[in-house]
Write a protein that binds this ligand. Sequence first.
Ligand code: NDP
Length: 332
Amino acid sequence: MRWGLIGASNIAANHMIGAIRGAGGDIRSVLSASADRAKSYAAEHGIAHGYDDLDAMLAADSLDAVYISTTNEKHFAQAMSAIAAGKHVLCEKPLAMSVSDAVTMVRAADAAGVVFGTNHHLRNAGSHLAIREAVQAGRIGDVLSVRVFHAVYLPPFLHGWRLDNPGAGGGVIPDIVVHDADTVRFHLGEDPVDVVAIDAASGLGQGVEDSCMSVWSMPSGAMVMAHESFTHAFAQTGLELHGTKGSIIARNVMTQRPVGQITLRTEAGEEAITFSDHNLYVRALDHFHAAMEGKGRPSADGIDGIKSLAVAAAVAQAAKTGQRTTVDYGGV
Ligand code: NDP
């Protein structure tokens, strides 16, 4: 599989270049807004070609697929160009700046017959796969509530557009609420109906929120509370699912690494749930490559990306207005 990278980003450098290669992909080219940076990034990562013109890259290298990891406001136009050129697209979250743009991207990919995936890594984690299996096996009975703890300290090397540039899609809501929305949907198999939320700038955000707390109602009646932040240096991430027959308490699982601990608590007592420690991003790539060969679907597809963005958009709207806000999934 021949890949082009759209965006000379940190996520590509730190996770995705290794994951694409780890899954057997060949990275042919990289695009940056700067020709110099394209060249230096390509050299640093052993990529043959660096471009500063997307159309030239799409025309030149016989690519099968592109991975888009530019800042969020660029995803839409870049994905549309790649789809028009017949390339399979793995796009970073949030897919776009609006739900309607995300719907347009995903429908265009369907019409063009190319695979479209959203890079939601958490549902690829051994920890989350084990949690989902336990929930689906009925080990906690009917789910009553979910608590998501995703308040972290944004690493200093990422202090940039996320903290001060709403036009680039900055803020903790587009950055982390989308992941939490995808993870909750993955575990419960249902989509939030409506939300209430409060956001804040608590030390790092300038013109964007760096912290958010929200509560979501689910069609089953389950309640979800979610906390995301860029400013919490000492909080550990976690996920709890509470049901009529038991609770799952997972610590340190809302991360990019295959770590954490999961405990199942029932009438019988406490039990540790073990899980695979495979690389999250390599698993996503394995599924994407299989989908390119006509076998199955990406682990998170375009609809998943639209829905996670829709929940984040509703949370942002609820925080802004102070009103309980219905999630608008854009007709999907
Ligand atoms: P970065 O800030 O690292 O990269 C975004 C863009 O900033 C790049 O495309 C690049 O522009 C430019 N850039 C980055 N580093 C430099 C530098 N040293 N000098 C000059 N320009 C630079 O963002 P992230 O990698 O953190 O995020 C990119 C996308 O990936 C976002 O959509 C984000 O939401 C998503 N993401 C997803 C994660 C996941 O686990 N699924 C985790 C982290 C991010 P150019 O390409 O023009 O050179």
